[in-house]
Structures are given as structure tokens and as C-alpha cells.
Design a protein around this ligand. Structure first.
Ligand SMILES: C[S@@+](CC[C@H](N)C(=O)[O-])C[C@H]1O[C@@H](n2cnc3c(N)ncnc32)[C@H](O)[C@@H]1O
Length: 318
């Protein structure tokens, strides 16, 4: 058998999947326990309350970062109503594992060819829950598509909801403040805005223009994970909306970005994916980081070891 190379959507290919599945530690309903006793990774359905409670255990999450698939199921497409119905189920499960004071972030797509679904329908559904709406953040990608006959599509929406009074730590970008000339008198002293600031850099606000989307030349790239979110964005969320030692839940692990962010920032992550291959990739990404300090595979991929062995004829399985 030949060596395996993985790119974008290869993990939808049934032949590739058949080769990888025997190398995955978890099957549906199973849970991996971290040998360093910090995080938990499960393989199961985000809408399965019993399983999610088994994975999270007694800990309540102060932060949830959810990045569900954007209404594109493999081989079929659900109606918007079905999709939102499914979202209502995992939102309800999310709520049941949240602390009294907690924040829920949801990455949500908006299909411009289909009346921007499912973003507005999702928001309407959330308005019927007990969550408070807090922020609608747009992450601006550096590269987009459809530039000749339409506005280049560069946005990714991130919606933030809260319950109670959760932690919020102000964050700053690396972008220096350049605007001057806003004077204000405080206690009889007139100062320019830069003199009053806590940082020389601007805050991200709710339009994040300073985060590079993941592509194959970046160290954090995980080939095979086409929906991977930038570590910088997820670390910003974790830093803003949790404290060290807190439990952070992500029910849609994929490449394990939230897991890695939590490892790097001293939080405890409870995460899962319905697909054993992505649950395995998330675990391998954490292990790779612990072994080498690397955040991804750049030009390689998470199953490259088995793949090289197969190419050398060491393993019969691949
Ligand atoms: C958009 S990706 C998440 C990307 C992730 N934030 C990252 O940075 O890598 C969505 C993931 O949800 C998983 N998924 C789909 N349906 C699921 C379900 N019912 N329960 C749990 N995971 C599910 C998919 O297998 C996919 O890996």
C-alpha cells in the first residue's frame, strides 16, 4: 500500500476512512482519559445528554466553545428547520453542563446563496432560551472567494451568549494605537487618549482583523481538518472568558483547537467528536504538542507515522 497524504476534504473519502479507523483509539461511546489527568476526550454525539454528562463528569463549565458543522451533513443536507432543531438539542445539553456564571460561544455559518441560513434561524432559536445575547463577533479572514462578481466573502461569525455574571478579561491585539488627539479632562487634568490607555495596542472589539485563517504553510495546520479554527482566535476566547483551572467544554472537537488552547493556557478541556477519526486527531494533536511543542503538522498530517510505516512495508494494515 502507498503512503497516505491527507488534505482538505480527504476524510470524507470512504477509502481513506477505512484505512484510518483501525488506528483510532476511541469508538462511539468511549472516552479517553488524559494520562496527565487534565483533559477528557470522548467520541459521541453532542446532542446525547447522557453521554455528554458522562464525559464532563461532576465539573461544570465556565466556558463553552461550540463549532458545529454548518448544516452540511456528509452525503445529505438537512433542512434549516431540522438543523436548528438539532442545534436546540445540543444547546440544551450545553446549558445543562454550564456553571451558573458562564459564557457560550458559537461559531455559526451564514450561506449567502441561501438567505444567510442558518445564522438568523439559529439566533431566533436562541432568543427563546434563557441565554443573554452578549456579542456578535466577526472574524475577518485574509483570503476569501468569489471576488469578481460579488463582495469577497471573508467573514466568519462568532456569537457570544452568557448566563449569570461570567468572567470577562479585556484583551488587546498587537496592533499599535495610531489615532491621537482625543483629549479629556479627568480630575482637573487634561490628557490625550494614549496617556490614559492601559495598553499601546488596540482592543480586538467585535471585528477581529488580526487573526490569520489556518492554511497549509502554518505550523498549526492539521491536514485533513478543513474546518479547523485559528488557535489565536480560540485562545483569545479562552483568555477573555475563563480563568486558569476552569473547565472549558467543546462538543465538536475536530482538530482539537480548543483542547490545545486549554493545554497552553492552563484550563481543563472536556471535548468530544462524533467521528472517531477526529477524536483521535484531537488526542494526537495534544500529544504532539506535549512531545514537541508543535501546534500542528504543517506539511505533514496526524497519521503520517502509520502511513510511512505502510510505505516501508512495516505495517500490513494501511
Ligand atoms: C466545524 S468542525 C469543528 C472545528 C474545530 N473547532 C476546530 O478548530 O478544529 C465540526 C466537527 O463536529 C463534528 N460533529 C458533527 N456532528 C456532531 C455531533 N452530533 N456530535 C459531536 N460532534 C459532531 C464533526 O465530525 C466535525 O469534526
Amino acid at each position: 500500500m502507498s503512503a497516505l497524504s491527507l488534505s482538505g476534504t480527504d476524510l470524507n473519502n470512504s477509502e481513506v476512512r477505512e484505512r484510518l479507523l483501525p488506528h483510532c483509539r476511541l469508538q462511539a461511546g468511549e472516552v479517553w482519559t488524559d494520562p496527565e489527568a487534565r483533559h477528557v476526550v470522548g467520541c459521541g454525539d453532542a446532542a446525547d445528554s447522557e453521554f455528554v454528562h458522562r464525559v464532563t463528569g461532576a465539573n461544570k463549565a465556565s466556558l463553552l466553545v461550540q463549532d458545529p458543522p454548518y448544516n452540511v451533513a456528509v452525503g445529505e443536507r438537512r433542512t434549516v428547520a431540522e438543523y436548528v432543531d438539532w442545534c436546540r438539542r445540543w444547546v440544551c445539553v450545553s446549558e445543562s453542563v454550564m456553571a451558573g456564571d458562564a459564557t457560550l460561544y458559537v461559531w455559526m455559518g451564514a450561506d449567502q446563496k441561501q438567505h444567510f441560513q442558518p445564522l438568523p434561524q439559529f439566533m431566533t432559536m436562541m432568543a427563546e432560551t434563557d441565554f443573554e445575547s452578549r456579542s456578535l463577533i466577526t472574524l475577518r479572514n485574509q483570503r476569501g472567494y468569489g471576488t469578481q462578481k460579488n463582495w469577497m466573502a471573508v467573514r466568519q461569525e462568532l456569537i457570544c451568549y452568557t448566563k449569570g455574571s461570567p468572567t470577562f478579561h479585556v484583551q488587546y491585539t498587537d496592533i499599535p494605537k495610531i489615532l491621537r488627539g482625543y483629549y479629556k479632562e479627568v480630575n482637573g487634568v487634561v490628557t490625550e487618549n494614549a496617556e490614559r490607555s492601559r495598553s499601546d495596542c488596540i482592543r480586538p472589539g467585535n471585528v477581529w482583523v488580526d487573526v490569520q485563517q489556518v492554511f497549509y504553510r502554518m505550523e498549526e495546520n492539521v491536514n485533513g481538518c478543513s474546518a479547523q479554527k485559528p488557535l489565536k482566535a480560540v485562545e483569545r476566547i479562552v483568555l477573555a472568558s475563563s480563568n486558569e483551572g476552569d473547565t472549558v467544554v467543546d462538543l465538536f472537537a475536530h482538530s482539537g483547537t480548543t483542547l490545545l488552547a486549554c493545554e497552553r493556557l492552563g484550563r481543563r478541556c472536556v471535548t468530544m467528536d462524533i467521528d472517531p477519526i477526529f477524536a483521535e486527531i484531537a488526542i494526537r494533536r495534544l500529544e504532539r504538542y506535549r512531545d514537541s511543542g508543535k501546534t500542528g503538522w504543517q506539511m505533514g498530517h496526524p497519521f503520517e507515522r502509520e502511513s510511512e510505516e505502510a510505505a516501508l512495508g512495516v505495517s500490513e494494515q494501511l
